[in-house]
Design a protein around this ligand. Structure first.
Ligand code: FAD
Length: 392
């Protein structure tokens, strides 16, 4: 199967330009509801609908399924725009793209679902993390067992983005009969699967529109493994590492670079307009402001350049370089927190008060660091690679 993240010829470049231009054309509309989504903790349903109407929900899928077959670079640039406009929308979108791509590559019987996804009529997501294994998302205590009627799934998943609101979920569980937490199998479960329930509500500091909640699976029947099982029994870990992780790292980095860029832009705008009445000078008359803005500019430029370089290399070689992508996510998540913090300092009490979007950007930025692979894990892995040690 040819990789859908691979643009080498001029036709593909044209498609890439179209994908980014289409995303840019709706950025203002995506951003218009971001404040309300955050304040009300409401799921960004209208934004997802809009992405669907523009054909963007099938960004990585091949054209024969109605997708855009976007290159890694087009994906990264588009997701940066989406994440910068509304971070919650950005993360819901990235989870959807990773889930759909996983189904496309490893579940041949799901053409209808994939066509619906590309048409914006089906939202998918990932349910890998569990309370017990936490950030070690590839490890599962949830079980699958053979019964007379088929396979039954039991367990609980934590932080399921788009939880209770998606149309399908790519879920990881221990392979049939296995007692090893990393010998896993993936299943795609449709929203009305008996025994699948969601609990709680998302009260997180940021990404407040995400509905990242708990999924419970109780004797959940998989009557037809042929249409529900993704890949072979025991192939879950390999699929997570080869298909999900590279796209998740790139997509997440793009969201956080978008957040950093949005925080920087909001602070530049404020510094240009804010006048101190006792002197009649704008904030931009202060050298310290120019210093902070310059630091933000350089940090964002460096993080975006690293992301573009990794995406281009993926497109040109047809293969993702995992270590480069680990670096890309680490840098983007660090940059988002640093830049949003600088933006808040630059704009002062007004920014802290919530009158500007900057405090939202800062709260959203903090999620990247703790989303698996967390920054702690990324730095350990990057260090291992640098020291020629095995990653795991
Ligand atoms: C907003 C949000 C959305 C999410 N969406 C999804 C989703 O859609 N699907 C999904 O599957 N998951 C999702 N997650 C879950 C996420 O990927 C992590 O699994 C989760 O945040 C882990 O939280 P924890 O408190 O259990 O962390 P813990 O595992 O308890 O980690 C606590 C600290 O220990 C460190 N740590 C843990 N293990 C290691 C290690 N091996 N090496 C180095 N450091 C380590 C971590 O860096 C962290 O700082 C989401 C999380 C958030 C915050």
């Amino acid at each position: 199967m040819s990789p859908s993240i691979a643009a080498k010829d001029s036709t593909a470049d044209l498609v890439a330009a179209d994908v980014v231009a289409t995303t840019s054309s709706i950025a203002a509309r995506l951003a218009a509801t971001a404040g309300e989504t955050d304040a009300k903790r409401s799921f960004p349903r209208e934004n997802i609908k809009l992405l669907g109407e523009k054909g963007l929900m099938g960004m990585l899928l091949p054209e024969k399924l109605g997708g855009l077959n976007a290159s890694a670079l087009a994906f990264a640039r588009s997701v940066q725009i989406i994440g910068g406009s509304c971070a919650s929308t950005g993360m819901v979108f990235v989870m959807h793209c990773c889930a759909v791509e996983t189904i496309f590559r490893h579940q041949p019987g799901q053409e209808k679902l994939l066509r619906q996804a590309a048409a914006g009529e089906h939202l998918s997501t990932l349910a890998c993390s569990e309370r017990g294994s936490g950030a070690n998302f590839y490890a599962s205590a949830s079980t699958s067992r053979q019964t007379a009627c088929g396979i039954e799934l039991n367990g609980a998943k934590s932080f399921v983005t788009s939880g209770a609101l998606a149309d399908s979920y790519v879920v990881s569980l221990r392979a049939l009969g296995s007692e090893s937490s990393i010998n896993t199998t993936l299943y795609v479960l449709e929203k009305d699967t008996p025994g699948m329930e969601f609990s709680g509500q998302w009260d997180g500091l940021g990404l407040r529109g995400n509905s990242s909640i708990v999924m419970n699976l109780k004797d959940c029947p998989v009557a037809e493994p042929g249409t529900s099982q993704v890949g072979a029994q025991g192939q879950g870990f390999e699929i997570e590492m080869s298909t999900i992780l590279p796209r998740f790292l790139l997509g997440t980095a793009a969201v956080y670079n978008g957040i950093a860029e949005a925080a920087m832009s909001a602070s530049i705008e404020h510094v240009k307009l804010r006048e101190l009445t006792h002197t009649g000078e704008k904030l931009n008359a202060l050298p310290v402001m120019r210093n902070k803005i310059a630091r933000m500019k350089v940090a964002v430029a460096a993080s975006v350049a690293l992301m573009h370089a990794a995406a281009r290399s993926w497109d040109e070689s047809g293969a993702a370089d995992l270590v480069s992508l680990l670096e890309v996510k680490q840098m983007a998540c660090r940059t988002a927190v640093d830049v949003a913090t600088l933006a808040l300092e630059t704009c002062g009490g007004i920014a802290y008060s919530g009158a500007l979007p900057i405090e939202r950007h800062l709260r959203d930025a903090q999620a990247g660091v703790v989303m698996a692979p967390t920054s702690d894990m990324l730095l350990d892995l990057i260090g291992r690679a640098a020291l020629d040690m095995p990653l795991m």
